[in-house]
Ligand binder design. Structure first.
Ligand code: FWO
Ligand code: ZN
Length: 390
């Protein structure tokens, strides 16, 4: 059991200075001046002068590694536990990307189980860029219903030269199967949609909202901030059709593509344009390749996404773009939790999972990270490492 005393709690809404008692992996009690019962083995963590927030949820991580667009030597490395927890992330959703051939769902599932055994919470999407969707059981719906960790499908690529060029009807079928799989298994049934640089932009998603009975909550288009034109289309889609949009945080702010929008800037743009904060999420694209192509489509170079960029962009939204912490936290905590139907995640309330980040109130520097009630990082020291991390 641990008692975090006297921290300013962002649940993510601000609930004031509280004591938070955790035990058995759960948040047991939130209150004022909770007594420290010496009868139990309780460690007391001093939260004075710090903010306590929910552990971050990163809903788009290539936990196996991704890449390969520049040939085999450009396949990016598999993620390690500290790549995740040092960014205050305690829940990830793993996905495959361009390479749905040498990267498989069975491999993704094993890696997700490994990370869970190491101490965080993991889920996966079935599929990869490709259509027809690469699955484990041969069916999107069966994967979602039968495999406990599968919460949806993705990242399915559209409007991208690397996509399978699916028709809007093929795309609608994938969203429909994912939705029904979610309904039949009590899961989100969310399709994580990779948006490329193509002219079509969000046309397929508008088609689904206008021509079918499928809910906007079954679709999450990501990389919306990869260009200003797509950012503006995403703002229109979210504001006018009630759609959800996901901004990618991984690109290095010092090396953005000419027309790319920094995630924290994109959040501010969307809020200023009247998009509801609950319709905006961030995800890192961690360990995914960040390929750079020349205008003629030829390969120019590759970067690798970092999960720690998720926290950086939330922090920048507060410290550089003037977004309130209680708002800037939503795209990385309660919003993905709600969209993914992870009821125990993304919030600080009694009976929720004890996934918590304690940070300096002024700099938002991460001090302590707790995942499922276990202290993973304490006073900036990583206490729990991955199996093969030294
Ligand atoms: C984005 C993942 C992209 C992989 O468009 O989609 O390539 O399979 O590892 N990354 N293809 C990066 C931009 C948003 C900057 C992926 C990558
Ligand atoms: Zn992608």
């Amino acid at each position: 059991m641990h008692l975090i005393k006297n921290a300013s709690v962002y649940a993510p809404e601000e609930i004031g200075v509280k004591d938070v008692l955790i035990g058995g992996g759960k948040i047991l009690k939130i209150g004022d001046e909770l007594p420290v019962e010496h009868a139990y083995d309780i460690t007391v963590i001093d939260g004075t002068g710090k903010v306590l927030m929910p552990g971050l949820i990163d809903a788009h991580v290539h936990i196996l590694g991704g890449g390969g667009e520049g040939g085999a030597k450009t396949r990016t490395p598999e993620i390690m536990l500290s790549d995740i927890i040092t960014g205050g992330v305690t829940t990830v959703v793993g996905c495959l990307g361009t390479d749905g051939c040498t990267r498989t769902i069975s491999n993704l599932l094993a890696k997700a189980k490994g990370l869970e055994e190491e101490g965080i919470t993991t889920y996966i999407y079935t599929g990869s860029y490709q259509v027809p969707v690469r699955t484990l059981t041969g069916s999107v719906m069966d994967d979602i219903i039968l495999l406990e960790k599968v919460v949806g499908t993705g990242e399915i690529a559209i409007s991208d030269h690397r996509s399978s060029q699916p028709t809007k009807e093929e795309f609608a079928k994938i969203v429909a199967d994912t939705r029904v799989g979610g309904i039949l298994s009590g899961k989100a049934g969310l399709v994580n949609i990779h948006m490329g640089d193509g002219e079509e932009k969000l046309e397929f998603l508008r088609y689904i909202l206008e021509k079918t009975q499928i809910s906007a909550a079954n679709m999450l288009p990501t990389h919306i901030n990869r260009s200003t034109t797509l950012m503006n289309d995403g703002i229109d889609y979210a504001r006018n059709l009630g759609g959800y949009i996901d901004l990618t945080t991984s690109s290095d702010p010092d090396f953005l593509e000419p027309d790319e929008v920094k995630a924290s800037t994109g959040l501010k743009m969307a809020l200023d344009a009247g998009v509801l904060i609950d319709h905006i999420t961030f995800s890192s694209d961690g360990q995914g390749s960040l390929p750079i192509f020349h205008a003629d489509g030829s390969f120019a170079g590759l970067g690798v996404g970092k999960v720690t960029s998720l926290y950086r962009e939330m922090k920048d939204a507060v410290l550089k773009d003037g977004v309130a912490l209680s708002d800037a936290l939503k795209p990385v905590t309660s919003n993905p939790a709600n969209l993914l139907k992870l009821g125990q995640k993304g919030k600080i309330r009694e009976n929720a999972d004890a996934d918590l980040v304690l940070a300096e109130a002024d700099t938002l520097e991460i001090d302590t990270v707790i995942a499922r009630g276990r202290i993973m990082i304490y006073k900036r020291e990583v206490l729990v490492k991955g199996t093969f991390e030294n």
